[in-house]
Design a protein around this ligand. Sequence first.
Ligand code: SF4
Length: 369
Amino acid sequence: MNFDQSPMLVIWEVTQACDLACVHCRASAQSDRNPDELTTEQGYRLLDEIRRFGEPGAATHGAPGGPGGPLMVFTGGDPLKRPDLFDLIRYSVKIGLKTNVTPSATPLLTEDAIDRFKEAGVSRMAISVDGHDAASHDDFRGIPGTFDRAMVALRHARDIGLDTQFQTTVTKRNMGHLPEIAEIVTEMRSKMWSLFFLIVTGRALENDDLLPEEYEKVFEFMYDLSKTAPFGIKTTEAMHYRRYVAQRMKAEHGEERSAAAREVAFRTSGVSDGKGFVFVSHKGEIYPSGFLPVSGGNVLHDALTDVYRNNELFKKLRDTSARDGKCGICEYQKICGGSRSRAYALTGDILASDPRCVYQPHAAEALAG
Ligand code: SF4
């Protein structure tokens, strides 16, 4: 995979409108749509541009998303707040993009809407589940009944054969209940559990974030679970989970790693903000991540392919040796590199070390000694 040429994943925040009021909301979502959102026509042009990442001769060296280009994810806010959502999804699928959607569990997420996702060719529907029961989840999401709606939606998708993914934002509130959430993921026969680690932005509160040592405890749980779980497990904004997995594999297998263990560790190896990943905001701003509000351009006047490949911000973020502090000298920097979003949110410097990583690189010990 050549992440200098093509991302593995493109996320388009089609709207910030949403009827939930989640305590950690990245978008600080509102119930009304912003009049400056990209229009339907601008959306079609954006999808065409995303497809260009995967065109033969576009120097992608085999786009990670497959011959059709990167994986395309429609997110929000709540994508269902856009009446043209199904037209946009159909177009995305028609031009060959593997397409996922992340609706909010509101009254808009009816069984009919889920049927239409399947008919339109959606590959996977991702639903947020942040609590192990209605009380904890609804407290987090700000609206009573949200947990039950999420369960109804996940069950219906399971029954009609639409693949699903759980998304859980890990905080101090729920870190003790992750095993119970894992049981629900199993019951729903979801394909993937995606664990988001908090970035203090939007409504996210710093005192909800884990301590660096608590990250390690959650990593231990995830790694142990990954050996037996009937679903995949991945992280967002916890690049140092790959360092944890590499350390555990080395301790358990020496240099002899099983294919399954390698898959766990390196499915997303090296992917980080602006490297293998790009986020387009509801107004068309091109960000390295939805949690890193530093713009490289705008799709209204810049080609997404050009910004991703050639913009100095994106090039700087892909150069893991250019990190400051311990991330800059860490022997795991190629598979990890730390979260640039977290570094920026907590220090104001996109190249600073990830403040939530406990690891001390050997070179740092040598320098200190
Ligand atoms: S020090 Fe930085 S690069 Fe090394 S494991 Fe921690 S976050 Fe990753």
